[in-house]
Write a protein that binds this ligand. Structure first.
Ligand code: PEP
Ligand code: MG
Length: 571
């Protein structure tokens, strides 16, 4: 039996068969064939296999996912029967005596290039259809298996090199019991989503895709960050016991769902949730969230082929505001870029996407996208307690420019007779060191701060949050990070404003005592972490944590801080 060590990305234990979500190797060589007729027959048999596979997928998609999602497979089936594509492939095989793989790839590439160059979204989508279909037919010609995660219909653990946030969003919670990836860190977006979906996950194992075969029995230990491959019956039994214990612990925490979050000495802090879609609200309510501290709106823009309309966005924002029934909802404007791509924006590839054209930088440049979102938000504002925040603010000029755009749209809507709330607070994410350092100046102009430690730590430590080789530099308890956090909280309080945190650090049990001591007002985390955090805070004395925070700010290493927290917070 072997096991791999990785990064515990989402709590819980999962035991199931492995399902490898690995791109198949579709490489081949150009060959001359003796019998072109036979080769054309081989091509047709791969076409037929692809058709029957696609028909089965389409039928299942209709039942499981609805007609809408099934339409894509219908389009693929049409491509497979299109004489305009099939005939030139057959001609190429017989006139050049080449293998079917080569004829298929050359012909398909020509069509893909032609469609992609057209200035028409519909035609561009056809290019994507041809690319997908070609892959499927090639896989049959080569006898390799193509994977399709949305079609999984048995309990599995996904094994992948990496999962993009949109791959993760498509995972069916009913069947996907856990996942493990070769790369990624605790704050990569697939890890964040796993936590909100309550799917146990271990990321950054380096070699999971090398070591694990389809069908192997796998245990994902999202508590310790281990992945066991083909464990002995004794290990499986031990994990059933750990799983039960964890469930019992969760049942204990669940008793606090309607309790306030008060420290042992009666100080109240707000525990809010991070959400990605209106669907996540259910989890926020079930876990006793006192608000939404971060609504990552970019997921509204992902997994689709064009921008969401103003009305689609309005519906989503309104349903979240209404769903929270007057409790605060902090909506972050579009933060695309970094590890969250929008292929349909056709943005050029960048050398350093996390340092590049993302978030507010993109919104201030592509103002139509930004204005549409702001209009939708302003129209939704009268349905609840809306707060708007801008991501990745590095300078006051950026904040002022974004605020000016918001005010312009607000004035337009009001002059059109629309109702817009006049109580919308306007804040910023503090995730760039320049902003943390200048927080005293920002505090005069914003209504609140929300500290985004996922990025603040990667930028302060210069360590890519996606790269497991530098994951050791993700050090939320480093005195350097704690000093920045203190500067931001103190700056807010000096101007009578509030400071929250929506990075993963806010839900981290070693960080919570320190943040309580530093005076953080709002902690926003995965909904599934709220009850555990509430249980912890109720046992902590705020006064003692203030003393602890003072002590650790003068320490020199993360290890010293951790030791001091463990002693003071009796962990
Ligand atoms: C952060 O950077 O801490 C944050 C909450 O934003 P995101 O994780 O979406 O980049
Ligand atoms: Mg961020």
């Amino acid at each position: 039996m072997t096991f791999l060590n990785g990064i515990a990305a989402s709590n819980g234990i999962a035991i199931a068969k492995a399902y490898r979500l690995v791109e198949p190797d579709l490489s081949f060589e150009k060959k001359t064939v003796d019998d072109a007729k036979l080769e054309i027959q081989r091509f047709h048999s791969a076409l037929e296999q692809s058709k029957s596979e696609l028909s089965a997928i389409r039928d299942r998609a209709r039942v499981d996912l609805g007609q809408d999602k099934a339409a894509i497979f219908e389009a693929h089936l049409l491509v497979l029967s299109d004489p305009e594509l099939i005939a030139p492939i057959e001609d190429k095989i017989s006139s050049e005596n080449v293998n079917a793989e080569h004829a298929l790839k050359e012909t398909a590439d020509m069509f893909i290039m032609m469609f992609e160059q057209m200035d028409n979204e519909y035609m561009k989508e056809r290019a994507a259809d041809i690319r997908d279909v070609t892959k499927r037919v090639l896989s049959h010609l080569l006898g390799v298996h193509v994977v399709n995660p949305s079609m999984i219909a048995e309990e599995v653990i996904i094994i992948a090199e990496d999962l993009t946030p949109s791959d993760t969003a498509q995972l069916n919670r009913q069947f996907v019991k856990g996942f493990t990836t070769d790369i990624g860190g605790r704050t990569s977006h697939s890890a964040i989503m796993a936590r909100s979906m309550e799917i146990p996950a271990v990321v950054g194992t380096k070699t999971a895709t090398e070591e694990i075969n389809n069908g192997d029995l796998v245990i994902v230990d999202g508590l310790k960050g281990q992945v066991h491959i083909n464990p002995t019956p004794e290990v499986v039994e031990e994990y059933h016991r750990i799983h039960k214990e964890y469930e019992a612990q969760k049942a204990e925490w669940a008793k606090l769902v309607n309790e306030p979050t008060l420290s042992e000495d009666g100080h109240h802090v707000e525990l809010a949730a991070n959400i990605g879609t209106p669907k996540d609200l259910k989890g926020v309510i079930e876990n006793g969230g006192e608000g939404v501290g971060l609504y990552r709106t970019e997921f509204l823009y992902m997994g689709r082929e064009q921008l969401p309309t103003e009305d689609e966005q309005f519906d989503a924002y309104k349903s979240v505001l209404q769903g929270m029934g007057g409790k605060p909802v902090v909506v972050r404007t579009l933060d695309i870029g970094g590890d969250k791509e929008l292929p349909y924006l056709n943005l050029p590839k960048e050398m350093n996407p996390f340092l590049g054209f993302r978030a507010i930088r993109l919104c201030l440049e592509e103002q139509e996208i930004f204005r549409t979102q702001l209009r939708a938000l302003l129209r939704a504002s009268s349905f609840g307690n809306l707060k708007i925040m801008f991501p990745m603010i590095a300078t006051l000029d950026e904040f002022r420019a974004a605020k000016a755009v918001l005010n312009e749209e607000k004035d337009k809507l009001v002059s059109e007779g629309q109702i817009v709330s006049d109580k919308i607070e306007l804040g910023i994410m503090v995730e760039i060191p320049s902003t943390a350092i200048l927080a005293d100046q920002f505090a005069k102009e914003v209504d609140f701060f929300s500290i985004g430690t996922n990025d603040l730590i990667q930028y302060t430590m210069a360590a890519d949050r996606m790269n497991q080789r530098v994951a050791y530099l993700y050090q939320p308890y480093s005195p350097s990070i704690l000093r920045l956090v203190k500067m931001v909280i103190d700056a807010a309080h000096a101007e009578g404003k509030w400071a929250g945190m929506c990075g993963e650090m806010a839900g981290d049990e070693t960080a919570i005592p320190l943040l309580l001591g530093l005076g953080l007002d709002e902690f926003s985390m995965s909904a599934t972490s709220i009850l555990k955090a509430r249980s912890q805070i109720r046992k902590l004395s705020r006064k003692r944590m203030q003393e602890l925070a003072q002590e650790v700010l003068n320490m020199s290493t993360t290890a010293e801080v951790v030791e001091a927290v463990k002693a003071a917070a009796k962990m």
